[in-house]
Each structure stands twice: as structure tokens, then as C-alpha cells.
Design a protein around this ligand. Structure first.
Ligand code: PXL
Length: 290
């Protein structure tokens, strides 16, 4: 039977305050006309960046029961999209989930959430890095930031690359781990002002770049917003470069909508103010082949 709506299994944490994770994934994909089925990995009072004493409940022991019930219901998914995991044990659970529910047409996106700014997030450790390295092998698309890319390649967290040749080399080596498509975010541009997103499409051996407009602020949750828009665009049938463009434009717009107000960065971006733009026609493209 022809399905009326595309459905995505979203395997992420739910952080109550501060934006990001399921609080971003659900509204973004819903606005893009995609149904989200949440498989929560953990529940937190806030994300782990910038708040001391956050409450953290790991949901590893609930995940298998949720999956068993979904199997009994014979649910099927156009996409499987994972992000922040609550324990290294969850790597095997997510891998099993992908093996169970993947079909020839399923899009599998793994956002290997591990750290940022050269450091691991508070709840992450080496075991999670090793686990994530094996999980990305099951993905079609991965979306590490530059720190996560370096960790997956076995380096200690790095925030810099020497230039285009090096970032292309990293993307190619990440592709050798398994995914067809590697998208690296927060790649430093030129002399430290601004960043770009670099993508490698392994099947056609092409590299793409989209430069991000520079704003002197760093909001948590923007990686989740970026990866959610990428997932939605690819499911809607956009090409990889157009998906990069739409995701960069959307994140930039969310940052601009927030930056003029004087709220602490740790509270995240005002996602709600820009969600409707996900349904606007694409107005311009700035992707380049590199
Ligand atoms: O944005 C990634 C992310 C997701 N979930 C939690 C986090 C972070 C980053 O800090 O803390 C709980």
C-alpha cells in the first residue's frame, strides 16, 4: 500500500530545557511533513553543555521493551535517525534496531554525538567513542562536527584542520568506515572567522562545501537542528548539496533570530520563530564543489 506519510524512528535523548535533541528533532521533522516515532535514550533536565548538576536518567533498560513492542506492531520506517546515546550499551541496541527495521529504501542517519570544541561531552567516554566508530559503519549518512570527526578517526578531539585537503582526507577516511555520505560541520574557515560544512558523497566521489555566515555566538543544539533538517531534506528527495544548503540556511536563520536578544547562549536558539521557513521555497543556493 502507498504510504500517506513518511515515518522516522528518532533515537535521541529528551533534554527538558536548553533546546536540542528530541526538542528539536520532533518539531523540525513534523514541520517538514514527516512523522516522528521517538525512541528516547535518556531524559535530562537540561543538555549537558553549560549547566552544572543536570539530572540524567539513562533509558537503556527501557529501549529494548519499546523496540519489542514496535516489532509486534510491525512498524516500518522510511528513516532511522540516531543522535545522543545514554550509554555505550545502547550502541548494540541501535545497531540491532537498524538491522531489524532497515529495508532497501530506508535512510539511516547517524549523528555521532560525542563532543564539541575539542572535548567530549560530560556523559561521554572512550568506550562511547569506540562504539560510535562501529555504529557509523551501519549508517548511510553521518553528521559529525569537526571534534567528533577527529575522535572517530582515533585522534584526540581537534577543532582545526590545516586546510581543504586535510578535511577532504578526513571525510574520505570516515567514508571508509562505512557510510556513503559524510557531512562534517564546524569546519574552520580561513583565519578563524567563520565555519563551513564539508560533505563527501562516496558513491560519486564528490566533495561539497557550504560556508556558514559568521556570527560570534555558539548555541548548543544547533548540531541537532542541522542533522534534523538534513534528514528531512533527504527524505523529501533533495540532493545532498541542496540539503546542505537548506540546513545551513535554517541554522543560520535560527541563530540570527536569537542573537539580537540578550539571553545566555546555553538556553539555545529560538527554534519556534523560524520553523515555518522550512516550508518556504528554497531562495538561493551557495554550495560549491571542492
Ligand atoms: O546537541 C547534542 C546534545 C544532545 N543531547 C545532550 C547534550 C548534547 C550536547 O551537549 O548534552 C543531552
Amino acid at each position: 500500500m502507498h504510504s500517506v506519510i513518511q515515518r522516522v524512528a528518532a533515537i535521541h535523548d529528551l533534554s527538558g530545557f536548553g533546546g536540542g535533541s528530541l526538542s528539536a528533532v520532533i518539531p523540525i521533522l513534523s514541520t517538514m511533513g514527516i512523522q516522528v516515532c521517538s525512541l528516547p535514550t535518556a531524559i535530562l533536565s537540561t543538555h549537558t553543555g553549560g549547566f552544572a548538576d543536570f539530572h540524567f536518567r539513562d533509558l537503556t533498560s527501557d529501549m529494548r521493551s519499546i523496540i519489542t513492542h514496535w516489532r509486534q506492531l510491525s512498524l516500518s520506517f522510511a528513516g532511522i535517525y540516531s543522535g545522543f546515546l545514554g550509554s555505550s550499551e545502547q550502541i548494540d541496541i541501535v545497531d540491532d534496531f537498524i538491522r531489524t527495521f532497515r529495508t532497501d529504501s530506508t535512510l539511516v542517519v547517524v549523528d555521532p554525538v560525542l563532543g564539541d570544541d575539542g572535548k567530549l561531552y560530560d556523559t561521554m567516554d572512550k568506550c562511547m567513542v569506540d562504539g560510535m566508530r562501529s555504529l557509523v559503519a551501519s549508517a548511510d549518512v553521518i553528521t559529525p562536527n569537526i571534534t567528533e570527526a577527529s575522535l572517530l578517526l582515533g585522534m584526540s578531539g581537534s577543532t582545526s584542520v590545516s586546510g581543504t585537503a586535510e578535511v577532504k582526507d578526513w571525510a574520505r577516511r570516515l567514508g571508509e568506515l562505512g557510510p556513503d555520505c559524510v557531512i562534517i560541520t564546524s569546519v574552520p574557515e580561513g583565519h578563524g572567522r567563520g565555519t563551513s560544512v564539508v560533505a563527501f558523497d562516496k558513491k560519486v566521489n564528490r566533495f561539497w562545501k557550504v560556508a556558514c555566515p559568521y556570527i560570534p555566538a555558539c548555541y548548543p543544539g544547533t548540531g541537532d537542528i542541522f542533522a534534523s533538517v538534513i534528514t528531512g531534506c533527504l527524505l523529501q528527495g533533495d540532493s545532498l548539496p541542496l540539503s546542505l544548503d537548506r540546513a545551513v540556511q535554517f541554522v543560520s536563520m535560527a541563530i540570527r533570530a536569537t542573537f539580537g536578544h540578550n539571553f545566555p547562549e546555553r538556553e539555545g536558539v529560538f527554534l519556534e520563530r523560524v520553523l515555518p521557513s522550512l516550508n518556504a521555497p528554497v531562495s538561493m543556493s551557495s554550495f560549491e564543489l571542492i
